[in-house]
Design a protein around this ligand. Structure first.
Ligand code: NAD
Length: 478
């Protein structure tokens, strides 16, 4: 594999064979059978230990993300911080995996729900969050009593190997209460992902990546009646209304559109601006885009590092061409940058394209810094534009009107999993559930009650009387 910074070879990895992958899944399943009986707060101790190890090596791990995924330092450190935060969250959660007690209609009966460990969980992750997505899934899975089988992106295996080493160190240090094989790593390309998606010993597959990948995985897992947790592509929009604080909006828009070189699932891709201010705002945006510091992601002050690879660059060029053919007007950007950046990396100027509405190309997620700018007249039209794409991950409105904000957040408002007011589309916190609707896959990860995905619910009815009373008044004699 190569670094996106300068295409330098970072190493070679040998994909796991089918036999090796199967062995890893079986080992994880065996570990699960023991792990599920370890009390949850003790499971939390393992996660605490993993979190401490990540905390101690935060800078080195962030450097690895920069090297392998091309993220600027502050974003790479932010990603490692997310791993630390989810560990802390999971440790607390280990004492809160509680169910309900429910009133029974029968005398001397009690009903309750319990949340039980589910099994070994298959985790397939994307290149753009090579550490955090694993942590969101694995740390919750571990406190829930599950084992973990991780298939990272083939573009970021070093990040995965580094984290796996820390997990193994933590397991070694925590004496023999921890089954050794509770966290497994399988390196490989899509075939490795397909293998774990079809494995009957993995009751849940959590898959993060493109909607195309999600469709394949969902069908494979459905064929064996397994469960999926899907975190797929986004096509996120932001509405700027006449009452918005435009300075604040501008800053939020530029970061949301160009952060991680437009390669976040929550990247801002569509900007819907009121017709009364679109011309004036477009000028400010062009200026903002043209001033974005582009360069080596480790250099101070750089906001826009490289695209992941040549394929990403050519996909961006094709999208720009299609946008112009479909009537879009390029206001700025899109060119490759070759001066002042490392050789052989794919560095680009962020592109701003004015369009009349959701052109065909606008409906697609192009994983690059391209922002489509479109006008609206009435708020209902803006919300309709926001919703009229197949993806449904993140969305935002900038407004000082409580009516507009609440309309956007209400039942006829944004249809996305994330709807924000006066803040951009990217940069979610781990305390809340994260995920989106429609082609984004419907999954929710990280905070809130996302932990329930990693457990199975049992309903228990307990009769503490001396008579058998059937539900719904049913009687019979023998
Ligand atoms: P990708 O779909 O190319 O690959 C993601 C992972 O899936 C990789 O590990 C890959 O090997 C594996 N994979 C590919 N095809 C597979 C198959 N048929 N069966 C099983 N596994 C398969 O995505 P990517 O380029 O790494 O990441 C970018 C995409 O991920 C974007 O669409 C982005 O929006 C999405 N993403 C979504 C979220 C979210 O939370 N919604 C977060 C990050 C990234």
């Amino acid at each position: 594999m190569r670094s996106p910074i300068d295409a330098a070879i970072l190493g070679h990895f040998v994909p796991a064979t089918a036999g090796l992958a199967n062995h890893a899944v079986e080992a994880a399943h065996g570990a699960f059978l023991k792990w599920r009986c370890v009390p949850a707060p003790l499971r939390g101790e393992l996660v605490r230990c993993i979190g401490n190890k990540i905390r101690l090596r935060k800078t080195a791990l962030a450097r690895l993300i920069t090297l392998e995924a091309g993220k600027i330092c502050s974003e790479a450190e932010g990603e490692v911080q997310e791993c630390i935060d989810i560990c802390d969250f999971a440790v607390g959660l280990a004492r809160q995996l509680h169910g309900l007690t429910i009133a029974s209609e029968r005398p001397k009966h009690r009903m309750m729900e319990q949340w039980q460990p589910l099994g070994a969980v298959g985790i397939i992750t994307s290149f753009n969050f090579p550490m955090a997505v694993w942590a969101w899934n694995a740390m919750l899975g571990l406190v829930c009593g599950d084992a973990v089988v991780w298939k990272p992106s083939e573009k970021a295996p070093l990040c995965a190997i580094a984290l796996q080493r820390l997990v193994e160190e933590a397991i070694d240090e925590m004496n023999d209460t921890i089954p050794a094989h509770v966290c497994q790593l399988i390196l490989g390309e899509h075939e490795a992902g397909e293998r774990i998606a079809s494995h009957p010993l993995l009751p849940l597959i959590s898959a993060t990546g493109s909607s195309r990948m999600g469709r394949v995985v969902a069908q494979t897992v459905a064929a064996r009646l397994g469960r999926v947790l899907l975190e797929l592509g986004g096509n996120n929009a932001l509405i700027v209304t006449p009452s918005a604080n435009l300075d604040m909006a501008l800053q939020a828009i530029v970061f949301a559109a160009v952060g991680t070189a437009g390669q976040r699932c929550t990247t801002l891709r569509r900007l819907i601006v009121h017709e009364s201010l679109i011309d004036q705002f477009a000028e400010r945006l062009v200026q903002g885009f043209d001033n974005v510091p582009i360069g080596h992601p480790s250099d101070d002050g750089v906001l826009l590092g490289p695209l992941i690879d040549a394929d990403a660059y050519w996909a961006m060029q094709q999208a720009l061409q299609a946008a112009e053919q479909q009537g879009g007007q390029r206001l700025t950007g899109g060119q490759r940058v070759e001066q002042g950046v490392p050789l052989n990396g794919f560095y680009v100027r962020p592109a701003l394209i004015r369009v009349a509405g959701n052109l065909d190309i606008v409906r697609e997620e192009t994983f690059a810094p391209i922002l489509y700018l479109m006008p609206y007249a009435e708020l209902d039209d803006a919300i309709e534009l926001n919703n009229a794409v197949s993806q449904g991950l993140s969305s935002a409105i900038f407004t000082d009107s409580v009516r507009e904000a609440e309309a956007f957040l209400g039942p006829a408002g944004s249809d996305c999993g994330i709807a924000n007011v006066n803040i951009g589309t990217s940069g979610a916190e781990i305390g809340a559930a994260f995920g989106g609707e429609k082609d984004t896959g419907g999954g929710r990860e990280a905070g809130s009650d996302a932990w329930k995905n990693y457990m199975r619910r049992t309903t228990n009815t307990i009769n503490y009387g001396s008579e058998l009373t059937l539900a719904q008044g049913v009687r019979f004699t023998l």
